[in-house]
Design a protein around this ligand. Sequence first.
Ligand SMILES: Cc1ncc(COP(=O)(O)O)c(C=O)c1O
Length: 409
Amino acid sequence: MLNIEEPVKLQFLSNDGLGGLTPDFLDQEQVKQVKRFHSTFADYKATPLVSLDNLAAKLNVKKIYIKDEAYRFGLDAFKVLGGAYAIAKLLCKKLGVELDEIDFNYLKSKEVKEEIGDVTFVTATDGNHGRGVAWAASQLGYQAIVYLPKGSAKRRVEAIRETGAKAVVTDANYDKTVSYAINKAEIEDWLIVQDTAWEGYEEIPSWIMQGYTTMADEALLQMELDGIDKPTHLFLQAGVGSMAGSVLGYYANYYDGKPPITTIVEPNDAACIFKSAFVGDGLAHNVDSDLKTDMAGLACGEPNPIAWQILRDFSKMNVKCDDSVAATGMRMLANPLGNDPRVIAGESGAVGLGLLTLLMNDSKLNEVREELDLNEDSVVLLFNTEGATDPINYQRIIWGGKGSLALNL
Ligand SMILES: Cc1ncc(COP(=O)(O)O)c(C=O)c1O
């Protein structure tokens, strides 16, 4: 393990246990079904894949691609891909039909509504997942109740309420808010649609992970159009790890057990995947902390055990880092070099780029860079998983930084 204190607090842990069975539930057959369903949404459109060529030249890699999920269905984040897919699967189960026989419009129909009756979907969220669930429920004519942890950004709460859902901010952290939502759902007989798994609750989070594969699949097709068969490197940010597990599991299947060299990135105080790798007994482990970080989407202390197994088997490196790594990535994306396109990336969306920049820059990290085989031939794929979902914090970070004025605008 490599510990760095300056210029920012960082820890690197290599993962030796490469390999294992590729996860069937993320194989091509499943992925095709998911994508077909997503493409039946009225507003479906692949999100942009941006190539930052000037930045790649500056950092001395061949290519940097960013899949920009800030454009997903006008919801500013990728999360709806999972929540909407899981709700659709749940409804299909109740209706006794197969998802590949129907489309989104059918689920919206009067006939379906009459058969299903009144259903309330409930979830806990840092914001993005809840907004996706609330949006999908409202599109299909159902009620949603969304619990958010203490300190949730006002705009993230409002965005959920704008869909017509009820949003409740608890006085607990993310993990405790999840437990609270589960309890409430049991008492009230609501349907819980949670983006993480626990014993006895695996089907819905697996559907959610399947839902996320659409963005990974789109990215591959977009890279192929640009003449790239396979990215050499992935940087995936993790909260509970469902997104990273989904994307890595998808690429592990697609490339016959040999996905790109993958680094999992987490905030210092919410690094449950890092901790699970560090303990090294093959199991998922929680971190018990305040989960304090600007990267609200990654502020989770309890890993999804299904995702953890994929990350354990197929990732190469675990990293935990300070918020300043994310802030650097946000500022770089907002202020592109030359004619590189501008990307609006929220706190949880930009950390991968911040880390890549450090790796290509800081001589203290030479060993890690060599271990990862990052060099002028590298084709790096990153996922900007959110736009400015908390616009106040976004502006504070972009306009702030060392030497800036303390503005109160
Ligand atoms: C913007 C954003 N990026 C990444 C993640 C991490 O996803 P996961 O919790 O599946 O690891 C989240 C989770 O909410 C998120 O909102």
